[in-house]
Design a protein around this ligand. Structure first.
Ligand SMILES: C[S@@+](CC[C@H](N)C(=O)[O-])C[C@H]1O[C@@H](n2cnc3c(N)ncnc32)[C@H](O)[C@@H]1O
Length: 201
């Protein structure tokens, strides 16, 4: 199915990047969505997990749920975090899979990627890396990961079928997805879908 929305995709991506650049660089500013430690508490991440993360990963956390509530990640697994932001979930995942496992975070916003890399270094984690890329064109080979996690990202992607095609392309047979996202229960009006300010704010 092709995307039935008249939307300037490049403009939408650049507005989303601007918004999440702010979440990375001025997290204290306050946004129309919850962020940081209060959000992590609301989403029932154990305090001990959050305490183990660098301040920079916690303050720019902007998820909408808790992908780990679907179960812990297996030791030794290769995990992809789609839209990894400042690395909050990637860093938790890297600890769960251990040194025999590997975590790859993919995001399109440079400031988030830079902050995530600083956070991983601060924790001395060598089994996690962050790559620039789009959800719609994941920079990973076919059948290369055991688990895909994501938190609050697919709702920002207009072509959700393409996003899930990519997720299933990179998953190994028998792999699994643990995705937290926004679900609508009523059809969103066409003019709202075409209003970029409603995607970002
Ligand atoms: C709501 S934030 C969530 C970040 C992170 N998962 C967390 O829980 O803190 C959304 C993230 O998705 C990224 N993003 C949005 N659309 C994207 C796309 N099409 N491709 C890659 N990254 C995208 C943004 O840059 C941002 O870092």
């Amino acid at each position: 199915m092709t995307l039935q929305v008249k939307l300037d995709i490049e403009k939408l991506r650049s507005e989303i990047q601007l918004k999440y650049k702010e979440v990375a660089t001025t997290p204290e500013k306050g946004f129309h969505f919850h962020t940081g430690r209060p959000l992590a508490r609301m989403l029932e991440y154990p305090d001990a997990w959050v305490d183990a993360l660098p301040k920079g990963a916690v303050e720019s956390f902007a998820g909408v749920g808790n992908p780990f509530s679907l179960g812990p990640l297996p030791m030794g697994a290769t995990v992809l975090d789609v839209g990894s932001g400042a690395g909050f979930d990637s860093l938790i995942a890297a600890q769960q899979v251990g040194s025999a496992g590997r975590v790859i975070g993919v995001d399109m916003t440079d400031e988030m990627l830079a902050k995530a890399a600083v956070n991983a270094r601060a924790m001395g984690l060598t089994n996690v890396e962050f790559k620039k890329g789009l959800v719609e064109e994941l920079p990973l080979p076919d059948a290369s990961v055991d688990v895909v996690i994501s938190n609050g990202v697919i709702n920002l992607v207009p072509d959700k079928e393409q996003a899930y095609r990519e997720v299933y392309r990179v998953l190994r047979p028998g792999g699994r997805i643990q995705i937290a996202d926004v679900v609508v229960q009523q059809e969103v009006p066409q003019d709202s879908k075409e209003d970029i300010s409603l995607w970002t704010g």
